[in-house]
Design a protein around this ligand. Structure first.
Ligand code: ZN
Length: 208
């Protein structure tokens, strides 16, 4: 939809598209607040500070949601996002951290161990150190697996110079993807990222 202006219930209202559903958000000039009036939208009727909206608060959320690998509790995540209201610097820090966790964190290799995005935001988890490898056990312990048993978890975290290079490429591509506006361009980059991920998997399978 196009941006427009008019009176609704006697109040001067500006209409513009919602970044989440592309339908209509209404900005009341007096209250300095906007709301998406589409009941089917995650942002439906949430009051958002008009200034923050115009600075791209919801666009930032859409990008965060695109890169975060666990799509659970979107509505709570959006509320946490609005409460946090990250500025450009914090937004960049958050997205970089998500990408780094996605490709480097041992915990995130398994989707069920990826935190829900709402608690990740509320817990300011981009400030966490990324656990890259399992601690090496120097002394034999009682709970060690029997000889010849291959620890799948340790295999998963192996990396080679090539996979490290590919991971760097992926982080770079993600940064580029966040800057481009066109849907087609974005899809093209996502395809490139997927190709690199496949290559990483192949490379790791080779070293098994
Ligand atoms: Zn909406």
């Amino acid at each position: 939809m196009e941006t427009g202006r008019g009176f609704i219930n006697g109040e001067l209202t500006i209409m513009k598209p919602c970044p989440l559903c592309q339908k209509e958000v209404r900005e009341s000039e007096n209250k300095k607040q906007i709301r998406c009036v589409n009941k089917g939208c995650t942002a439906s009727y949430l009051k958002i500070d008009a200034k923050k909206f115009n600075e791209g608060l919801l666009n930032g959320f859409v990008k965060f949601w695109e890169v975060y690998p666990r799509k659970t509790s979107k509505s709570n995540t959006l509320k946490a996002w609005i409460k946090l209201s990250p500025d450009t610097d914090l937004f960049t820090t958050i997205v970089k951290s998500v990408v780094a966790h996605k490709f480097e964190s041992v915990q995130w290799k398994n989707t069920q161990y990826i935190p829900y995005p709402d608690s990740w935001i509320r817990g300011r988890c981009w400030e966490n150190e990324i656990l890259r490898e399992e601690p090496v056990q120097s002394k034999p312990q009682f709970n060690q697996p029997p000889m010849g048993y291959t620890d799948k978890k340790q295999k998963d975290v192996q990396s080679t110079p090539r996979t490290k290079e590919l991971t760097k490429d992926i982080i770079q591509l993600t940064k580029v993807m966040l800057k481009v506006a066109g849907k087609k361009e974005k899809e093209k980059i996502l395809e490139q990222i997927a190709d690199k991920q496949t290559e990483i998997e192949r490379e790791l399978a080779r070293t098994d």
